[in-house]
Design a protein around this ligand. Structure first.
Ligand code: AMP
Ligand code: GLY
Length: 421
């Protein structure tokens, strides 16, 4: 089988490596991929937003399955577009992708189906929003409605901050804004919960916790994710049942009532408080770096799972995982998530001695004939599986020490809640 993967980050390299283990796969193309994917797949210089070029290439090369990594093409309708030309696609359609594309779409579903989430108000006028903020309790959360690449969420400690946030959103900082969402601030511990669905049946696809802040101690600016570990320390059978019954299943039912269904990974960002789950947000894809953290634990053939999903027979597949603890540390370019230097060479990569339980996934990298260069903010993902999180982190930190890349920085404290007592 020939597979195409859309995207160029660490998540897509991890997807590429997992698919590459399947005996059924003869060839993988990545649109456009990175230096890591180029080792096992063929990178095609077509961007993920160029649907027509992707379609033409897919038909010309008889690609059997397209797997979509990032949210943007999904929200823009790549699945519907490619399927209209007879291409098999793993990833939700445009309507279902509104779960990530519009926070207000999701909040309205929560309200209608009684899904536990932060109390909220939707304001289409800057004046009304500001009036509401004058009489609100703090902290409070202000969100832009549309996709904002992980930005567009303000946690405000006081009225001044919240008024400024509303102003920035209406001024178009995250694209044209008709509305803002104002939310109650939830307390508790966050957890990422994943499911896979073919539109008819659903299976859990693991849990993780990620560290979004740039600096140790969960301080500093928000990033795409500085590291993650799996499983989450919070998950129990009882909590999983609550998440499925109170959050996931009502959401899937809501989509059915909109005459559509959900095919792909669904990532629920949750706040857990007193063993009760609250939905913070949905993502219509795997997390990054959660995907890199989870996939090395998968024992079942990944291609079989994705293909079964596209053929509506996920219920026939038993998904199995190793019981090991997985941890991921992201190596970033110095300056990320603000400005950083591009095209900095990463030497010493070929000197690393990774064991069979260690994984290195590329994110923002590119390759010339013999050298690897950092081109993005998040550059490399180191993952290690072992019997405990401390050991996994220790393995990774020793590889990072060997790499000794002066252009980068990373957090040494990933997983501190499950490691340090
Ligand atoms: P989102 O893009 O909606 O996931 O928000 C990004 C981050 O902001 C989340 O991972 C949370 O850490 C935080 N956050 C968002 N909404 C809330 C809320 N209502 N209460 C507390 N924290 C929140
Ligand atoms: N790690 C957070 C995300 O993928 O959205």
């Amino acid at each position: 089988m020939i597979v195409g993967i859309i995207g160029s980050g660490g998540r897509e390299h991890a997807i590429c490596c997992s698919l590459n283990k399947s005996k059924k796969i003869s060839k993988i193309y990545c649109f456009p991929g990175n230096a890591g994917t180029s080792e096992i797949a063929e990178n095609i210089d077509i961007n993920s937003d160029d649907f027509e070029k992707i379609k033409n290439f897919t038909l010309e090369k008889n690609i059997d399955l397209i797997v979509v990594g990032p949210e943007k093409p999904l929200v823009d309708g790549i699945t519907d577009y490619l399927e209209s030309f007879g291409v098999k696609v793993f990833g939700p359609n445009k309507i279902a992708s509104q779960l990530e594309g519009s926070k207000i779409f999701t909040k309205n579903i929560c309200k209608k189906y009684d899904i536990p989430t932060a109390n909220f108000g939707i304001f289409n006028s800057e004046i009304e929003a500001k009036k509401f903020l004058v009489k609100s309790k703090y902290p409070i959360v202000i969100k832009a409605d549309n996709l904002a690449a992980g930005k567009g969420v303000y946690i405000c400690d006081n009225q001044n901050q919240s008024i400024q946030a509303v102003q920035e959103i209406f001024e178009g900082k995250f694209g044209k804004a008709k509305n803002v969402l104002i939310e109650e601030f939830l307390t508790g511990e966050e957890m990422s919960f994943f499911i896979i669905s073919d539109g008819f049946s659903t299976q859990s696809f693991g849990t993780a916790q990620d560290h979004k802040r740039a600096l140790e101690g969960d301080k500093g600016k928000n990033t795409g994710g500085m590291g993650a570990y799996s499983p989450s320390r919070l998950i129990t059978d009882e909590l999983e049942k609550k998440i499925l019954d109170k959050i996931i299943n009502p959401t899937l039912k809501a989509l059915k009532n909109l005459k559509t269904n959900y095919k792909g990974f669904l990532y629920a960002g949750l706040m857990i408080n007193n063993n009760e789950p609250y939905l913070i947000e949905y993502n219509v894809r795997m997390g990054d770096p959660e995907c890199q953290t989870l996939l090395p634990k998968l024992k079942t053939d990944f291609y079989e799972i994705l293909n079964a999903c596209c053929e509506n027979r996920l219920d026939k597949i038993k998904i199995e995982w190793t019981k090991q603890k997985s941890l991921c540390v992201v190596l970033c370019s110095k300056g990320y998530p603000e400005n950083f230097e591009k095209n900095v060479e990463i030497k010493n990569l070929n000197k690393l001695k990774l064991s069979s339980n260690d994984y290195l996934f590329h994110a923002g990298t590119s390759k010339t004939k013999d050298n690897i260069f950092a081109t993005g903010g998040r550059v490399l993902n180191f993952v290690s599986l072992s019997d405990n999180f401390f050991q996994s982190r220790d393995n990774i930190l020793s590889h990072l020490k060997d790499l000794n890349w002066l252009g980068g920085f990373f957090r040494k404290d990933i997983g501190f809640k499950v490691i340090e007592k």
